[in-house]
Write a protein that binds this ligand. Structure first.
Ligand SMILES: [Zn+2]
Length: 245
């Protein structure tokens, strides 16, 4: 195979997602050009994502018409898919995610063409080439958390009269927060997904470690004094441990 053929044979994404109306759902569709394809192809993958393949001389406009003609077929295929798992790997339009403690549905924006996604009063540009909206939404949640969590920590630190030197909001896989002896508090951005009382409990818990670098009964007494319903928060975290992998 020559280099030229190799380039031509490659399947490549040609545009951002298009959105296809299927029943009352707006389904994001990843558009791919494949120079070896003889015709337009619409495919539902087992994970629920949808791909539209354009042939060599095909256009996105023609592809969209083709997809629209096959929307009913796609709807039937979608119904046949096994129910979304509780914690779907992919986030698609229609997927429910936790935001500020409440389940909210991911929805396509009014001008879905430009790749705008909405959930819980937020809107996010989802310009990726795939149909999984998770990376774009997670980035947005992380940004929100980085903006909202540090001032909240400083408020509590002042209230509890414990100096915090540095606060970072990170992407930890296994913990909600941590506190180092250098007076640095690290928080998980997923705290933006928990209810306010749970988020506040974690902040107080980590700040309290500035006084007690352990989980002694003395530590828990201090936590309880500052956060009387901390056990309810701990229960919520156990029930939602799947938020952390
Ligand atoms: Zn702790």
């Amino acid at each position: 195979m020559t280099w030229f053929n190799f380039i031509l044979n490659r399947a490549e994404p040609v545009a951002q997602n298009i959105f296809l109306t299927v029943g009352d759902l707006q389904i994001p569709v990843a558009v791919i050009r494949n120079h070896r394809a003889r015709r337009y192809l619409l495919r539902l993958r087992p994970d629920g994502s949808v791909r539209l393949t354009l042939p060599r001389r095909g256009s996105v406009i023609e592809g969209r018409r083709f997809a629209e003609r096959n929307a009913e077929w796609l709807g039937r295929q979608l119904e046949r898919l096994p129910a979304h798992p509780l914690r779907p790997k992919q986030w698609l339009v229609g997927t429910e995610i936790l935001f500020r403690g409440k389940p909210v549905k991911i929805e396509a924006g009014v001008n879905g063409e430009s790749g705008l996604i909405r959930f819980g009063g937020e809107s996010v540009k989802a310009n990726g080439h795939g149909s999984d909206l998770r990376p774009a939404i997670e980035r947005h949640l992380w940004r929100l958390a980085a903006k909202e969590l540090p001032p909240r920590v400083l408020e509590y630190a002042t209230l509890l009269q414990l100096p915090v030197r540095q606060i970072s909001v990170r992407n930890q896989r296994s913990r909600w927060g941590s506190c180092s002896r250098r007076e640095t508090i690290s928080l998980n951005w997923r705290l933006i997904q928990t209810p306010a009382f749970v988020r506040d409990y974690i902040l107080i818990h980590e700040i309290m470690h500035l006084r007690e670098m352990n989980h002694s009964s003395q530590f828990w007494r201090e936590v309880e004094r500052a956060c009387p319903d901390y056990e309810t928060a701990e229960r919520w975290l156990k029930q939602h441990s799947s938020l952390l992998k």
